[in-house]
Design a protein around this ligand. Structure first.
Ligand code: SF4
Length: 291
């Protein structure tokens, strides 16, 4: 193994371990369903989690799950063959979401949003049926930044992709162990490990055009090389609610000066006072994966 490969592997392990610690993603007894699409990100996530499992101070199980969405030319034997070589527990689910998407979305329109919604629905239902309490997804730092700008430019909201969240149906916890990892590191690692990559455009769909435009913008920023993206990413964990305009996040009405409480009796509009909303930043209780 080359020195560079070892360094890269260590870096990915360290960053995944740190994300797990920071967000308390994995706890004793967890049954984790690792969603595997056949892309570089999910292969890398599974690989690093298996590695960390060997030295983790808590016991947890990993089950790889892939959903065969019946896209034309999907090579159905690639993932089972690969997973058998790992000797881990896995399931390949089948659901013809491709036909549904084709039927509902007019030709030429992007299909990814409905396709991924249907994929999520199938995977989350399976997790519930099988009693997995955590679902691991392979999104990385770049995905998080892209989503942030997509929401900012097109959704009128400051919202990214959390490293840990409750699933849409509120019945599972979704974790993103690659949240701190750089996509370029993942791509290099996947190449080194020679993962049998299955492309996600077998359906012929173009990735959402707005997402592509954001990606392009971020790549241009990267070229300038002034660490702008690092700063954006750091900002996502360093929010100052009192410096924004969201009255649900910060109580602009009842804050106190050193000399005493502001007189808020006089109102300039009919709006009701906003209940005080406590913002609590929870520190990780124990470092379990990250030395
Ligand atoms: S590229 Fe195809 S398979 Fe991948 S999310 Fe989009 S519609 Fe689904």
């Amino acid at each position: 193994m080359s020195v560079t490969y070892n360094k890269l592997r260590k870096r990915l392990r360290r960053l995944v371990g740190k994300a797990i610690d920071d967000f308390q993603m994995i706890e004793e007894g967890d049954r984790i369903m690792v969603c595997l699409s056949g892309g570089k990100d999910s292969y890398t996530m599974l690989d690093i989690l298996i590695d960390l499992q060997k030295s983790a101070p808590v016991n947890f199980s990993l089950t790889a799950v892939n959903l065969d969405q019946k896209q034309p030319d999907f090579p159905a034997d690639v993932l089972p063959n690969y997973l058998k070589t790992l000797g881990i527990d896995f399931h390949i689910l089948e659901a013809d979401t491709y036909s549904i998407v084709k039927e509902k979305i007019p030709a030429g329109k992007t299909m990814c949003s409905l396709c991924s919604r249907l994929r999520r629905g199938n995977l989350y239902s399976f997790a519930k049926e099988q009693g997995f309490n955590k679902i691991a997804l392979g999104h990385h730092k770049f995905d998080i930044i892209e989503t942030f700008f997509l929401n900012l430019f097109n959704g009128g909201t400051i919202k990214a992709m959390p490293a840990k969240l409750k699933s849409d149906d509120g019945e599972n916890i979704v974790i993103r162990p690659l949240a701190y990892c750089d996509e370029r590191d993942i791509a290099k690692y996947a190449k080194w490990r020679e993962f049998p990559i299955i492309p996600c455009n077998l359906c012929g769909s173009q990735e959402n055009l707005q997402r592509q435009a954001i990606k392009q913008m971020l790549l241009e920023w990267e070229k300038i090389g002034n660490r702008r993206l690092e700063s954006v990413f750091a900002a996502l964990s360093n929010i100052a609610p009192s410096q924004m305009l969201d009255r649900n996040l910060f109580d602009f009405v009842n804050f106190e000066l050193a000399t005493g409480k502001l007189d808020n009796e006089a109102k300039f509009s009919d709006e009701e006072d906003i209940e005080k909303d406590e913002i609590e930043i929870k520190k990780p209780q124990a470092k379990i994966f990250f030395p």
